[in-house]
Design a protein around this ligand. Structure first.
Ligand code: 2P0
Length: 335
């Protein structure tokens, strides 16, 4: 009988308040800048990993469909599994079955929750330790933002340094530190045109503003971090918006320019500024896509949601609050 070792893990997406954009030229998938994010509740990736000696290659099933062996996602998953095999001495290939309970077109970094869940499930299935810092480092080696989804609440990840081999995110404050609400204004259905990894590589290689972004990012990160610890929404909004706009400015200045926004993206920025001028606490951030994520207070969430839905080009909104880190499913005993 073939012995199958399996485990299932659940992880949540995160939204960066201080953005990661760009990798160090040396080392393995090390971020060039520090980042700080909040992990979300309510939306989850659930991933089962089963090491099975009867398989002759790693398999990835996403949302019920088997991906081809040469798909980019399958190769990234196999790369993470290779690290788990090297660390555990296992040789079997694995079947990975993953699903998101949120629309990937929402512009939430589905790779963050996906690789955090995969790192935890694969470690548990292989009998490796599953301390969050180890899971975070393993996930980071495949997708930097996934390092942050190993933890819940407010999470920071320092920039890589020369010679770094391990680099894990660290928790800054728990999810109940500050009851923020997020309203995501969805401005387009369907996948984005240029993925994050390609977009940041193109920016680093061709944008004259990329070095300026790398210079500016640490002090923006410091301001975001201080505002989170002080629960100062106005200060957080100023620093988080600056981080997002500097990141996008670096991409817009690439050659050819990389513009993730649509007209609706700009209209939502204007709507957030109008809300603020009228006394509603709100600030925006934008990732590698056209959607806008608006942070506000629980009290103002309904008014912010209504205002965003009224913006031409906003298709729908999704609301979320801070949530917990990656965890093993209750039925998942590990190896
Ligand atoms: C972030 N993003 O800090 C930034 C802001 C998108 C914009 O992290 O190449 O999928 O896998 O390390 O983590 C998305 O980039 O890129 C991202 P890789 P990743 O959330």
């Amino acid at each position: 009988m073939t012995v199958v070792s399996r485990a299932t893990a659940i992880a949540h997406p995160n939204i960066a308040l201080a953005k990661y954009w760009g990798k160090r030229a040396d080392g393995h998938n090390l971020p060039a800048v520090p980042s700080l994010s909040v992990t979300l509740a309510g939306m989850a990736t659930t991933t089962e990993v089963a090491f099975d000696a009867s398989l002759d290659r790693d398999e990835l099933h996403l949302g019920g469909a088997a991906l081809p062996p040469d798909a980019e996602a399958t190769r990234r998953v196999a790369g993470l599994l290779d690290r788990v095999r090297a660390a555990s001495g296992r040789r079997e290939r694995a079947r990975v079955v993953s699903r998101n309970d949120f629309p990937t077109a929402a512009g939430l970094a589905s790779s963050a929750s996906a690789f955090a869940a995969l790192a935890l499930a694969a470690s548990a299935a292989a009998g490796l330790p599953t301390a969050p810092a180890l899971v975070s480092d393993l996930a980071r080696k495949t997708s930097v933002s996934a390092a942050r989804s190993a933890f819940g609440g407010f999470v920071e990840l320092r920039a890589g340094r020369p010679g770094d081999e391990a680099l894990a995110a660290t928790p800054l404050a728990p999810e109940d530190h500050w009851p923020l609400a997020v309203v995501i204004a969805v401005t387009r259905e369907g996948p984005k045109d240029v993925g994050s990894s390609d977009g940041m590589r193109h920016t680093a290689m061709t944008s004259p503003y990329f070095p300026a972004w790398v210079d500016a990012a640490p002090s923006l990160f410091d301001a975001v971090r201080a505002a989170v610890l002080a629960r100062d929404l106005a200060a957080l909004g100023a620093a988080a918006e600056a981080s997002a706009l500097c990141m996008h400015a670096s991409s817009i200045a690439a050659s050819p320019g990389l513009l993730y926004w649509t007209g609706a993206t700009v209209e939502v920025i204007a709507a957030v500024r109008r809300l603020r001028a009228q006394g509603t606490p709100a600030f925006f951030t934008i990732d590698a896509g056209p959607h806008v994520k608006v942070f506000t207070t629980p009290e103002a969430q309904a008014a912010v949601g209504a205002a965003l839905l009224a913006v031409p080009g906003v298709l729908r909104t999704i609301t979320a609050v801070p949530g917990g880190g990656a965890r093993l499913a209750p039925s998942s005993g590990g190896a």
